[in-house]
Design a protein around this ligand. Structure first.
Ligand SMILES: Cc1cc2nc3c(=O)[nH]c(=O)nc-3n(C[C@H](O)[C@H](O)[C@H](O)COP(=O)(O)OP(=O)(O)OC[C@H]3O[C@@H](n4cnc5c(N)ncnc54)[C@H](O)[C@@H]3O)c2cc1C
Length: 425
């Protein structure tokens, strides 16, 4: 049994301290409820900036926030670092890797994970970007491969080290491609002078015929033009169907000799043991009603990427983005505290993506624009959304520094050492 003090208050157990779960729990600070916020990590991760960690633009600590710090002053919110393993809905209990807990109300906000579409080779060899540790692994691999390329005399093998294939032309793929193209132009010629940076090829493979699906055609075209101008090779209308750490194989039969394939091509949710298959829809999202309650499951609510609310205009559910998660977290907190009885309504505030310095695209509900002002707005929105004043300040200083110097200073290859091995080394 997980050690939790007894309380006279109603117990709400929240699984996942992402945008949805954290925002939900914050609405209960100092309230007459006992909230147990459970996550497998002891920190919140700001996923929209993972790609900057992978590209050595930001330190992991700038985009993560320790959960305990967010609730230091509130005794009614308890943090537990544990992983959900099973739900026993009939008993109102959950099983975690650290023991069981009962709940009065259960809120699932576990987000999504990378979808490799069942391809084991891709799952084994491609680089996903769904956690800060995966971002760090990618950063290490990029710089290790540049080091190896310097020492490699064989042209084909060298290309394998320096060429990179990005799969998926959504915001993550586009932002990664832009950041890599900037690294190729501004960093490589200085740090790796002996390498011919013109030989570095960045491929972006997109299954459909436009980038940034979900944004306007104007934004899609602008992103394509920016990336093409920056030297990214965009391949439309085909998929990566295999990779082995040496090459990527496309559905049209082409092969790209690149050791690194970055997978930004889709997400899916984990199924939870204890819930029947008929609770899930496409992408393993859980069906919820407009009050965010899981259909057919009493006292269980679902938020964020994991929730599927059937809503007019959203036949595939709401987009799996931060705004939906944040708005749902606030709404459910109000419903549970009796501050509203209205159904959840998503307010689309717009979407944006950045491609490089002074290059971004913004789709607001009534206004679409690109270029320097779009880029400024992107910077402002991301700094504002970060959690913690220190993080906001560090990211701002980092970005200003990069802007003035055309340089990021975090190109370190740091790997956790094996303690026993380290002792014997
Ligand atoms: C690389 C990348 C870039 C993105 N860029 C943008 C962007 O620019 N704009 C935008 O709006 N959205 C963006 N998104 C999407 C956005 O980050 C998600 O929609 C949002 O994080 C969803 O919030 P959530 O709370 O549902 O889940 P998450 O933020 O994913 O949080 C889920 C939490 O649950 C925890 N968890 C998972 N399983 C368990 C378990 N079994 N037990 C305990 N804890 C568990 C996880 O550790 C995590 O803390 C991006 C996502 C990625 C990956």
């Amino acid at each position: 049994m997980l050690n939790i003090p007894d309380s006279e208050y109603k117990r709400i157990v929240v699984i996942g301290a992402g945008f949805a779960g954290l925002n939900f729990a914050k609405q209960f600070r100092g309230k007459r409820y006992q909230v147990i916020l459970l996550d497998k990590h002891n920190y919140h991760q700001f996923q929209p900036l993972f790609y900057q960690v992978a590209m050595a633009g930001l330190e992991p600590s700038s985009i993560t926030f320790p959960l305990r710090k967010a609730f230091q002053k509130y005794d009614n919110i308890l943090i537990r670092v544990a992983e959900l393993q099973r739900i026993k809905s009939a008993e109102k209990r959950i099983v975690t890797d650290q023991g069981e807990i009962y709940y009065d109300e259960l809120v699932l906000a576990m987000g999504a994970t990378t979808n490799f579409f069942g391809n084991e080779n891709i799952a084994k060899h491609a680089y996903p970007l769904k956690s800060v540790s995966e971002a760090l692994a990618l950063r290490n691999s990029i710089f290790e491969d540049f080091e190896l390329a310097l020492m490699e005399q064989d042209f084909e093998k060298r290309q394998g080290y320096i060429d990179i294939v990005i799969v998926g032309g959504g915001p993550t793929g586009v932002e990664l491609a832009g950041a890599l193209a900037e690294m190729k132009s501004h960093i490589l010629p200085k740090d790796y002078k002996e390498l011919n940076s013109r030989e570095v090829d960045i491929y972006l493979v997109q299954g459909g015929d436009q980038l940034l699906k979900g944004m306007s055609s104007k934004a899609a075209k602008a992103a394509k033009d920016y990336l093409t101008e920056m030297g990214v090779k965009i391949i439309f209308g085909t998929y990566v169907v295999d990779c082995d750490g040496k090459q990527a194989v496309l559905k049209n039969g082409d092969k790209i000799p690149a050791n690194k394939v970055i997978w930004a091509a889709g997400i899916t949710c984990h199924k939870i043991p204890g819930l029947e298959d008929d609770h899930y829809v496409r992408g393993n999202r859980i069906k919820v009603n407009k009050h965010l309650q899981a259909e057919g499951l009493d006292h269980i609510y679902v938020l964020g990427d994991q929730a599927f609310v059937l809503d007019e205009g959203y036949e595939y559910g709401h987009p799996q983005v931060a705004q939906v998660a944040i708005q749902q977290g606030s709404h459910l907190a109000k419903l549970m505290q009796g501050k509203t009885s209205k159904p959840f309504e998503y307010r689309d505030l717009g979407s944006m993506a950045t491609i490089g310095r002074n290059k971004a695209v913004v789709d607001l509900p009534k206004f679409k624009f690109k270029g320097f002002f779009a880029w400024l707005l992107w910077l402002f929105v991301h700094i504002r959304s970060l959690i913690g004043i220190k993080n906001k300040l560090f990211v701002f200083i980092n970005w200003m520094w990069n802007y003035v110097t055309y340089d990021q200073s975090l190109r370190l290859i740091i790997k956790p050492s094996n303690r026993n091995k380290a002792k014997s080394d």
